[in-house]
Design a protein around this ligand. Structure first.
Ligand code: BES
Ligand code: MN
Ligand code: ZN
Length: 506
């Protein structure tokens, strides 16, 4: 989908020739003397249109409106959430039509906020996204181009650009997350990262089994050893900040398929374990967006990628392995593999002298039980980092919820045969998994996002959501304004309801 931003008043938008004009109608719409305002006012008055978010009124070849199709859609209080609902509904209505381009008019809202512009762009991109890679005859998307229009675009331009970058990043994350495991092997994932390195300021290095062995990553190797497909450790760098400036490190779980290994999973819905690399996909998506936006900061992306398979050579329950940190781990359940690949890469992350390390993982079914598909689980050993990530989640409509890390939760990880076991009991499974990871993140500000419930949807709408790219990107862009106290970036901060990175420097 292509996006454009254009200045159009209410009067001018009436004369704009386009396949479809979508007008967001808030519940407090200021009156206007033009044809469009008159139409919206009378539709509201008659009750044929409600200003409730997502309520629609469709029309065709309306007198006084140059657009072929007109979609009036209620936008309620014009909050980002309401705008998302409204745009979703309007795009849904257009899907059945032959419209190839549309104008999305925000000029009926009283000065749309930056978050509102972001919500509109992201909702357009989400509503029109279609996975086609492994279809033999993909139906081409009809709607190709959306022009976001409002009275005066100057104040919205930089937020519009950020939103388009975000949408590109989310599309990239979804694409790789949705690909089946035979089309998204660790090697292919590394190839996707190498493609990103063709973009400005991005560098990629890919390590294989030999190098990983040399590093002493015994836990990562143990997970990968059951599979014929070789592991990859993908190291991405985005260098937009000053040389030597401490980077934020993102670590994405990249299990390209999780059978459970010898502790094998039941058959039902096992196909969904192709999504067990959604953490990795979100890191790739963030780098795609960084390439687009070129912010002044340094970011490192680390992706341990492998399959978790049973087999002659697979790791067995009870096996003890030595992690890169030197800690020994008793692998009581081979299906708790995510924490094993992550723990070694958390140890590896320290060499980048990070200002913060954030791991992103479809880590536990228990997190799905705790929070469902609405909020990701957030765990952190650092208050400022936790606050910054929470705020970023709220602002970007990609929310998370802070979970506890009391030491008492570690009790169940004790074992007679190693320094730590890889599983505790059933109770508090998302927390005990985080407690395991925390042991490997003692030397830096660390946060863990458990996205098991939020990274993809099941059922008929089965597919990746692109989360938590919005949260991560909002957090990272919030870091710029404090890392580089320049005029330009200070200006970019004005008008932002909350500066999510304001207290993030750990
Ligand atoms: N990838 C899964 C977690 C998962 C399961 C995410 C279902 C989304 C939906 C992870 O590797 C796993 O299998 N975790 C186990 C841990 C258990 C063995 C302690 C789980 O959650 O059952
Ligand atoms: Mn597993
Ligand atoms: Zn897994």
């Amino acid at each position: 989908m292509d996006f454009e931003l254009k200045t159009l008043t209410r009067a001018l938008v009436c004369t704009e020739k386009t396949d479809a004009l979508i007008v967001l109608v808030p519940d407090s719409m200021a009156p206007g003397g033009d044809a469009l305002s008159a139409l919206a006012e009378s539709a509201l008055k008659s009750g044929d249109l409600e200003a409730k978010p997502g309520k629609l009124l469709n029309a065709y070849r309306v007198a006084g409106i140059a657009a072929t199709r007109l979609v009036l859609v209620g936008a309620g209080d014009a909050s980002p959430k309401s705008i998302r609902t409204a745009v979703n509904a309007a795009m849904g209505a257009l899907k059945a039509s032959n419209a190839q381009q549309a104008v999305l008019f925000l000029g009926a809202l009283t000065s749309p906020s930056p978050e509102a512009v972001r919500a509109a762009v992201v909702a357009c991109s989400e509503a029109t996204y279609a996975y086609t890679t492994t279809k033999s005859k993909p139906a081409p998307a009809k709607l190709q181009r959306v022009c976001i229009a409002m009275d005066s675009v100057a104040p919205a331009q930089s937020n519009f650009d950020k939103a388009v970058g975000l949408a590109r990043g989310m599309e990239f994350a979804k694409e790789w997350a949705n690909r089946p495991a035979n089309h998204a092997t660790p090697t292919l994932l590394a190839g996707a990262a190498k493609d990103l390195a063709k973009l400005p300021r991005i560098k990629v290095e890919v390590l294989g089994p030999k190098e990983v062995e040399k590093l002493g990553m015994g836990a990562f190797l143990a997970v990968a050893q059951g599979a014929a497909e070789p592991l990859r450790l993908i190291v991405l760098r985005y260098e937009g900040g000053a040389k030597g400036e401490a980077p934020v490190v993102l670590v994405g779980k990249g299990i390209t398929f999780d059978t459970g290994g010898i502790s094998i999973k039941p058959a039902a819905e096992m196909d969904e374990m192709k999504f067990d690399m959604c953490g990795a996909a979100s890191v790739l998506g963030v780098f795609r967006a960084l390439a687009e936006l070129q912010p002044a900061l340094n970011v490192v992306g680390l992706i341990p990628a492998c399959e978790n398979m049973p087999g002659d050579n697979a790791v067995k329950p009870g096996d003890v392995v030595t992690s890169m940190s030197g800690q020994t781990i008793e692998i009581l359940n081979t299906d708790a593999e995510g924490r094993l690949v992550l723990c070694d890469v958390l140890t590896y992350a320290a060499r980048f002298k990070p200002r913060a390390v954030i791991d992103i993982a479809t880590l536990t079914g228990a997190c799905v039980v705790a929070l469902g598909g609405v909020r990701s689980g957030l765990f952190s050993n650092n208050e400022a980092l936790a606050q910054a990530l929470s705020a970023a989640g709220e602002a970007s409509l990609d929310p998370c919820w802070r979970m506890p890390l009391d030491d008492e939760y570690s009790e169940g990880l004790k074992t007679n045969f190693a320094d730590v076991a890889n599983v505790a009991g059933r109770a508090g499974g998302a927390v005990t998994a985080a407690k395991f990871l925390q042991r490997f993140a003692a030397d830096f500000a660390w946060a863990h996002l458990d996205i098991a419930g939020t990274a993809w949807k099941g059922g008929t709408a089965k597919g990746a959501t692109g989360r938590p790219v919005p949260l991560l990107l909002d957090y990272l862009l919030g870091q710029v304004s404090q890392a580089v106290p320049e005029k330009a970036t200070a200006k970019a901060r004005v008008g932002k309801k909350s500066a999510p990175g304001a207290k993030a420097r750990a």
